[in-house]
Design a protein around this ligand. Structure first.
Ligand SMILES: Cc1cc2nc3c(=O)[nH]c(=O)nc-3n(C[C@H](O)[C@H](O)[C@H](O)COP(=O)(O)OP(=O)(O)OC[C@H]3O[C@@H](n4cnc5c(N)ncnc54)[C@H](O)[C@@H]3O)c2cc1C
Length: 382
């Protein structure tokens, strides 16, 4: 067994670590306070190739492997999770469906500008009445005169409304199987399509500088060819998309947990009470040691899931475990980081206050913790 990273993986991790330290951390507090989308930074990331890491060079990507992409997500999220989720939702949810299921023409038309970082793309699965039960999609698309006529709505969609966004891929019911089950298809909806209405951004507890919006489709028409694969492929496709996304969200959680440990350790060393640094108290040391141990375990879990993915082996179980454990690790780390800061941790000028607000979503997005436990139990044969 070899746990070491190869040279390319280490180089990508180092580049992202430096980028996060020099470019992201200095603006993290401000973009959280203003809730403004950091266009200049995201464009810079595109120019560095960070928005197309796991895609082949022929489609504008960096040709890196999946683990390198996850290492990048960890380091970028260590700098700021709003930036981490923007990169993750664009890559795992927006661009990957084109790479996995798009035709040659769709790869050239859509994937290439996304991988080059010229455009962002969103994936709209969740609906007001279909969240964890994502197969319960109510949005309908009917084929008439060579066009899909789409009616319905989506909720909480990341990257859907930025000035850089090119469009969204959505799930919709396009018919029924012979057994009467809804047939779900993934449809490509460019941003300017008449009848596609992008709502105002939500006001959120965390991830404030990321773009999250409701979407509506009112007799929105796209050409018959604007689907991924064949009608009815959508359900299987989004399960595959979510498996990869969960490993990336695990990496994002590890990045945030590491940021909590970084801040807590640095504060514990400099804060003095009872005549000495609080890092000399065993109660504080044990908190830091537990954080370090759990982060290491969560990291190894996402490394393993990514490795299985790269080997072409099944990894649904490991993806759910990594996402579940890493998000809960990050929650405990954020909680302990604030505790170690005492009252100062409750103040906005200390990053741990922002980390504590931002961490909760990791247990909800891309499948709640309950859904991950259901998926793991299913693999047990329950
Ligand atoms: C900031 C943000 C960004 C997002 N970005 C996107 C995006 O880009 N694209 C997208 O499609 N979606 C996105 N989502 C949606 C996200 O994936 C959903 O919120 C999530 O899947 C949960 O769905 P829900 O909110 O409808 O909760 P519900 O499904 O209504 O769940 C409510 C509670 O019930 C529990 N529950 C539900 N069913 C069961 C069950 N069978 N057994 C036990 N407990 C159960 C859940 O675990 C949860 O605790 C985003 C959400 C947020 C908040």
């Amino acid at each position: 067994m070899d746990f070491s990273l190869n040279e390319e993986q280490m180089a990508i991790r180092q580049t992202c670590r430096e980028f996060a330290e020099q470019e992201i951390k200095p603006i993290a507090e401000e973009i959280d306070a203003t809730g403004s989308f950091p266009y200049a930074l995201i464009r810079q990331m595109g120019e560095l190739g960070l928005l197309g890491l796991p895609f082949p060079e022929e489609y504008g990507g960096a040709g890196a492997d999946f683990l390198s992409y996850c290492l990048a997500i960890e380091e970028i999220s260590r700098g700021d999770v709003s930036i981490g989720i923007t990169m993750e939702a664009h890559t795992s949810l927006g661009a990957t469906p084109f790479f996995l299921f798009g035709s040659q023409q769709q790869k050239e038309q859509y994937l290439t500008p996304l991988a080059r970082g010229e455009r962002l793309w969103a994936f709209g699965l969740t609906e007001p009445e279909a969240g964890s039960d994502s197969g319960g999609t109510q949005t309908r698309a009917v084929l008439q005169d060579g066009c899909w006529h789409i009616n319905g709505s989506k909720t909480f969609i990341t990257n859907a409304g930025t000035d850089m966004t090119g469009g969204v891929t959505i799930t919709a019911v396009t018919g029924h199987t012979p057994k009467g089950r809804p047939e779900i298809t993934n449809l490509i909806v460019p941003k300017e399509t008449p009848g596609y209405i992008i709502g105002k951004p939500y006001k959120k507890m965390g991830w404030k500088a990321s773009d999250t919006r409701p979407l509506a489709f009112e007799d929105c028409q796209v050409p018959e060819g604007n689907i991924l694969g064949h009608p009815g492929d959508g359900f299987k496709q989004f399960l595959r998309i979510l498996d990869g996304g969960r490993v990336a969200i695990a990496a994002l959680s590890v990045g945030l947990a590491q940021a909590c440990l970084d801040e807590a350790l640095s504060y514990a060393r400099q804060r003095r009470q009872f005549g000495q640094s609080i890092s000399k108290f065993q109660a504080i040391q044990f908190k830091l040691a537990d954080m370090d141990m759990e982060i290491e375990l969560a990291r190894l879990m996402y490394y393993k899931a990514a490795w299985l993915h790269m080997q072409g082996k099944p990894y649904t179980r490991e993806a759910s475990m990594a996402k579940l454990f890493a998000s809960e690790t990050a929650k405990r780390a954020a909680d302990q980081a604030v505790q170690i800061h005492g009252g100062y941790g409750y103040m906005d000028e200390y990053p741990v206050s922002r980390y504590w607000r931002s961490v909760k979503i990791n247990e909800i997005g891309e499948g709640t913790s309950e859904v991950q436990r259901m998926l793991i139990a299913k693999q047990l044969g329950c």
